[in-house]
Structure formats: C-alpha cells, structure tokens
Design a binder for this molecule. Structure first.
Ligand SMILES: Nc1ncnc2c1ncn2[C@@H]1O[C@H](COP(=O)(O)OP(=O)(O)O)[C@@H](O)[C@H]1O
Ligand SMILES: [Mg+2]
Length: 271
C-alpha cells in the first residue's frame, strides 16, 4: 500500500455550541464548549491513519502549548510527525461557532504561516499519494516535482498544476470546474458531484443526525483517498467518503474519531 503525505493546516479548535450566531453588537451564550484537535490537514491525516494507513503529516506548529497538544494528538493517532515543522509564531487556532443544525462558522485566531513550510519532495516514493488539504501557490513547484517523481498528487481547489490528478473540495471553493482533472465537489447536505472527462455524476449524502459538521469535508476526502490508495474505482472512493463524512457529522468532534476504523472492508495494518 502506498504512503500518504498530507500537506495542510494543523490547528487547535475552540468549539462553541450556540443556539444562533451572534448578530452585530449582540451577546450569545454557548450551551457547551470544548477544546480539541483539528485543522483540515490533521483531520485527513488522522482519519487515514486510524483506517490503517501509513501517513506523513506535512505542516507546522508554533512552539506553544497548542502545538504540543497537536503533536501529541497526531502521534497518538499513529501519524508520522517528522515533517511537522516548528515555526516561529503561533500554532493555528480557530474558534468554531456551531449551530443546532450542525453548521459551523470559523474564525481563525493567529496569522497563517502555511506558505512558509518546506515540502519534503525527495522523501516521496513513486505511487505515494499526496493531498494538499490547503493550497498555496508557492506549493506548485513541489507538487509538480512530486508528480514527476511518480506520486499521485491531489489537492483542494484551486490546486491547479498540470499534473493534478484529483481536486476535492467544497462547492464554495471551486470558482471554476477545471476540465483537465477530475473535480470532486462536496455540497454539504446535498452530497457530492463528480465532474470527470465531460461527465457529471451526483451522489446524495447519507442521511444522518447532524450535530457538528466540522471536518465533514476532511472525512470525505480521506475516504476518497483511502479507496484510491487501494486501486479501487473512484465511485467506491466517493461512497466510502460519504460514509466517513456521515460518521463525522453525527459526533461532536473536528476529526473522524474512531469511525473510519469501523468501516467494513478495512483492516488495521500498521507498519
Ligand atoms: N448537514 C449535513 N447533512 C448531511 N450530510 C452532510 C452535512 N454536512 C456535510 N455532510 C456530508 O459531508 C460531506 C462534506 O461536507 P461539506 O459540508 O460539503 O464539506 P466541508 O466540510 O468542506 O464544509 C457532504 O458531501 C455530505 O456527505
Ligand atoms: Mg460544510
């Protein structure tokens, strides 16, 4: 099985469950609050590792307690953190305002430094799966080089380099649907639409009780990557992604906690 290289944000989340979003100048009382691991890159890495994959996290933390907590969380999930860089500055942190329908609104707290990370291009082997969980234009040369070395490179939009195999992201993040790659577009409660080689295929979401939609797209992307890594057809990846997303939205967590490991057909196979 190929290794996964997940490039993207690692963040400490402050989740506040609220009855409604505050209007300008108003007060809202959280009904519940929690601090917890998150960040779109860390969420994907955790899901794949819990499913049994060999996963390398590429991102950064600051030298602060949030960074230590995230390193601990990733390590506990079995993710390789050798390529997590400690940068001068603060670990990403966000406030999540989560409404009763599970929808979350995000406020980032510290300046983003993701563009400053070094991508370990030479460590990647042919056949490995790369996923840019956040795209920065400075990543383009590294992405191109890894594709040239035989890795399968995927990204969230806009992630548009000529060698990009799949773009996976929410509808809001696609300004255009690119023609030369396969675009896998998530649409919240409406499910997913796949655009590939002139075809359009829609897949409905799996109905479930939604309490916290944080990380739904990350769990979905992880499911897609998992099936791709096993050489399965994309349709099966989308179906597994939908299943992992459904297990994520019904728990109060940013990460797909233990859900993926319980999916049928997946055996734990740690190195
Ligand atoms: N409110 C919801 N009800 C049911 N399924 C949902 C809901 N929100 C997300 N999902 C599932 O998670 C997937 C990804 O969610 P989406 O909201 O599109 O991503 P993001 O996390 O980027 O906002 C959806 O395609 C769907 O399968
Ligand atoms: Mg959403």
């Amino acid at each position: 099985m190929p290794d996964f290289w997940i490039i993207g944000p690692i963040a400490w989340d402050f989740a506040l469950y609220v009855d409604r979003l505050p209007a300008s100048g108003h007060f809202v009382q959280a009904t519940e609050s929690a601090e917890r691991p998150g960040g779109t890159g860390a969420n994907v890495a955790t899901a794949l590792s819990q499913a049994g994959g060999r996963v390398h996290m590429v991102g950064y933390v600051g030298s602060d307690t949030a960074g230590q907590s995230m390193m601990k969380a990733l390590t506990a999930a079995g993710v390789d953190v050798d390529h997590v860089q400690v940068l001068h500055g603060r670990t990403s942190s966000v406030v999540l305002l989560i409404e009763p329908n599970g929808e979350r609104t995000i406020v980032g707290i510290h300046p983003d430094l993701l563009h400053n990370i070094t991508i370990p291009v030479a460590a990647v082997a042919p056949g490995d799966i790369i996923y840019f969980a956040a795209w920065r234009d400075v990543f383009a040369p590294a992405a191109q080089a890894m594709a040239a070395a035989g890795a399968l490179v995927t990204s969230v939009p806009p992630g548009t380099i000529p060698a990009m195999r799949y773009l996976i992201g929410s509808r809001n993040d696609f300004t255009v649907i690119p023609e030369k790659t396969t675009a896998i577009v998530t649409e919240g409660a409406n499910g997913v639409t796949v655009y590939s080689a002139g075809r359009t295929d829609h897949f409905p979401a799996i109905p479930t009780d939604v309490v916290d939609a944080t990380g739904a797209g990350d769990a979905f992307a992880a499911g897609v990557l998992w099936e791709i890594s096993r050489g399965r057809p994309l349709v099966e990846g989308v179906q597994l992604g939908l299943a992992w997303a459904a297990t994520t939205v019904r728990v109060k967590s940013s990460m797909p906690t233990e859900a993926p490991a319980n999916q049928p057909g997946i055996k734990k196979q740690k190195p």
